[in-house]
Design a protein around this ligand. Structure first.
Ligand code: ADP
Length: 696
């Protein structure tokens, strides 16, 4: 073990010194293994029965780093020939013995291709997967087969006495030595390197129970061998495989391989010596082959069980790690959810509440939690929900039910009566969340309590409406007097009058601006509060009417209409939308450009139409395209305005159940405002706005 530690790891990635002691140790081990092979020779040609050197050689060259490979190959070749020559191998056999070195190089080449990245093929870890072990076996068997056949063919020509039995014998001993000793070498080399890299003591990881088991296994194995020795006629070799299974189930691959190898060595040695059940076979050649085959079977059995066991425990460990990580994530998510102000619940289609956060539970207590899954079905106990117009929310309007049917409910307003008689205003969103194929569908419901914000906003809007209304009167008085003054001053010839005139005109300009702002504020509150009075509206007539009543802008301006349709809408409010959009199109143009607006509509089917208002203006920057629809938001200060026009448009379109957005004008310069409108009362009724009580 110590030898391999130094040689196996130090050599592969060692210092610049050619690591001569390491080479010497490998050489000694190789010569010893070769001599062992030559001890058990049969026949007049002194053919060996076993060739452990094939396995030792494979481990040696696997441990060799690039710069030293040639030296190692040379040393190995010299050692092989020397051993053959000394042990009366004959000149021809001595030279042909170099085939063993070629075989090792071929095996190594195959290993590099089939099992890259493990110790011996460029990596610093042992093989751990069953597939890798399989590929190692394929490599060594292929290498042994190819070289044995070639060696046999050359031998048949040169020596003239090679028979098929010799080919099988050679292939058997070469392949089995590499599949046992070679595999063991690869495993041990990788194991030691990995431990050294990770700074672990060589034997430190072996636990007490593991040691006790090993002792038990070896004692039982020794007893079985003793039984063989005493009663060679009883065919009980297979019992040894039980000890291998025992070792494989209790210990690591490297310990299992050690046990298999030791058991194999003793079996082969006993068989050659004529002890044990395999020794009852008469022909020495066959006997030795059978014993080696038996060792290979032991090794394959042991390694297979041990590697599968390791793979299973690796999988379990990584599963446990993922489970722990998932647990942590879930905990984090729980913390986030519990600190959210919005109530969040995940509910299955069966009605089971999978998760409900603290905010939801605090807001609704435990009983309404049971109803949160239904967010009040009619006839169910628990507090029901109402639309803002006071109608109760039925099953088909229920956000949870709508989300289950695939709809996405986006922050819609509902009212929730409280026990003390007050009403809570809720903004509810609901959408389906993925839950794996075949599993019950799940819906996430997000409930935001906007009671305070709504109360504040409503009082602000009504305050703004009142103020706007009340301010109009004094403004009219100021404007009236200013106009009279302006006329007087214009008529007068005095120099004082000439100085005062521009001041009065400034006053009138200011009044005009204040009026514009006030009428925008009024329109804003109207767009929100005025009940819808829908009727069939010809978009073409409406546009014509707007064009007829609008003052032509100073920079010219042209309204072009394409295909237009009839909508089902509130005429006054829709007029306000188109008027705002046309007004903006005339206003937001680069200096020197004559504004041009193109208005057309498209039938979307299902009773809905899309209206497009395109202009050749300055366009709305990409990042502002959502925000320009917010109240008081302005994308540019270079033009005068209140920032209310588009917010009014949005509110009106939404109240008709439609949506509005702005994109770049597909014709090139400018913007394209697009909104949808119902064309029939049924389409309007089917929309969420219609269902929420917009008057037909
Ligand atoms: P106002 O025009 O009074 O500022 P609006 O709500 O109508 O308010 O518009 C909001 C902002 O959107 C405007 O300040 C302007 O920057 C941008 N905008 C609106 N319409 C257009 C348009 N047709 N072309 C370019 N920008 C526009």
């Amino acid at each position: 073990m110590t030898i391999l530690t130094r040689v196996g790891t130090g050599e592969q990635h060692g210092s610049r010194v050619p690591a001569l002691p390491g080479r010497a140790l490998w050489l000694a081990a190789y010569v010893l293994a070769s001599l062992l092979g030559r001890i058990v020779v049969v026949g007049p040609d002194h053919v060996g029965l076993v060739w452990p050197a094939a396995g030792v050689g494979l481990a040696w060259l696997a441990s060799s780093r690039r710069g030293l490979l040639t030296l190692d190959v040379a040393l190995m070749s010299a050692a092989t020939m020397a051993v053959l020559a000394v042990t009366e191998g004959g000149t021809a056999r001595t030279i042909l013995s170099l085939s063993v070195v070629a075989q090792t190089l071929l095996a190594l080449w195959l290993l590099h291709r089939l099992v890259p990245g493990i110790w011996g093929t460029g990596g610093r870890v042992p093989f751990t997967r069953l597939r890798q072990f399989g590929m190692i076996l394929v490599s060594v068997i292929l290498a042994a087969l190819v070289t044995s056949v070639l060696r046999w063919l050359v031998g048949a020509v040169v020596l003239d006495n090679e028979d098929l039995g010799m080919l099988i014998g050679r292939f058997g001993r070469q392949a089995s030595a590499m599949a046992t000793i070679g595999v063991f070498g690869l495993l041990l080399g990788g194991w030691l390197t990995e431990r050294r890299d990770r700074g672990l003591p060589v034997l430190g990881s072996i636990t007490r129970p593991e040691v006790l088991h090993l002792v038990g296994i070896e004692v039982v194995t020794a007893l079985i061998f003793w039984g063989f020795w005493r009663n060679p006629e009883i065919p009980t070799t297979y019992i040894l495989s039980l000890t291998v299974v025992w070792a494989a189930l209790r210990s690591s691959p490297v310990v299992t391989a050690t046990h298999c190898l030791l058991t194999g060595i003793v079996t082969v040695w006993m068989t050659i010596e004529g002890h044990g059940p395999i020794a009852t076979v008469n022909a020495a050649n066959t006997r030795a082959l059978l014993a080696q085959l038996f060792v290979v079977v032991l090794m394959v059995t042991g390694m297979t069980i041990s590697l599968i066991r390791r793979q299973i425990s690796d999988t379990i460990r990584s599963l446990e790690q993922s489970e722990a990580a998932l647990g942590l994530r879930a905990h984090e998510l729980d913390m986030v959810m519990s600190h959210l102000d919005d109530g969040v619940a995940i509910i299955e289609e069966t009605g089971r509440v999978v998760h409900a956060n603290l905010a939801l539970r605090t807001a609704f207590g435990t009983k309404p939690l049971n109803t949160a899954d239904r967010i009040s079905e009619p006839g169910e106990e628990g507090s029901p929900l109402y639309y803002p117009d006071g109608r109760i929310v039925g099953a088909e309007g229920n956000p949870y039910v709508r989300a289950l049917s695939g709809e996405s409910v986006d922050a819609e307003e509902f009212h929730h009566p409280e026990e003390d008689g007050s009403v809570r205003v809720l903004e509810i969103s609901a959408f389906q969340v993925p839950n794996g194929a075949g599993a019950p569908r799940r819906v996430m419901v997000v409930v935001r309590d906007v009671t305070t914000a709504t109360t504040r906003r409503e009082s602000l809007v009504s305050f703004a409406g009142t103020v706007a209304h009340d301010l109009n009167n004094p403004l009219s008085v100021i404007d009236g007097w200013a106009e009279a003054l302006e006329e007087d001053l214009t008529a007068s010839d005095s120099s004082d009058a000439a100085r005062a005139l521009p001041m009065v005109q400034h006053i009138r300009g200011g009044v005009e601006q204040a009026r514009g702002f006030i009428s925008a504020l009024l329109a804003h509150s109207v767009s929100r509060d005025q009940a819808l009075e829908c009727e069939p509206v010809s978009l073409r007539n409406l546009v014509k009417h707007i064009a007829g009543t609008r003052d032509r802008p100073r920079n010219g301006g042209e309204i072009v209409t394409g295909d237009l349709l009839d909508a089902w809408a509130d005429r006054m409010l829709l007029r306000q939308v188109l008027d705002n959009l046309i007004g903006n199109a005339f206003k937001y143009v680069a200096p020197g450009t004559t504004p041009r607006v193109l208005i057309e509509a498209e039938d979307l089917g299902d009773g809905w139409a899309k209206v497009m208002v395109r202009d050749n203006g300055i366009g709305v920057p990409l990042l502002q395209r959502e925000r320009v629809f917010e109240s008081f938001h302005r994308a540019t200060e270079a033009y005068q305005g209140t920032g209310l026009g588009l917010a009014i448009c949005k509110r009106i379109i939404q109240r008709h159940g439609g949506t509005i957005r702005v994109t770049a004008n597909p014709d090139g310069v400018g913007s394209c405002f697009e909104f949808t409108l119902p064309m029939t009362p049924e389409a309007f009724q089917r929309s969420a706005a219609g269902a929420a009580g917009g008057s037909p």
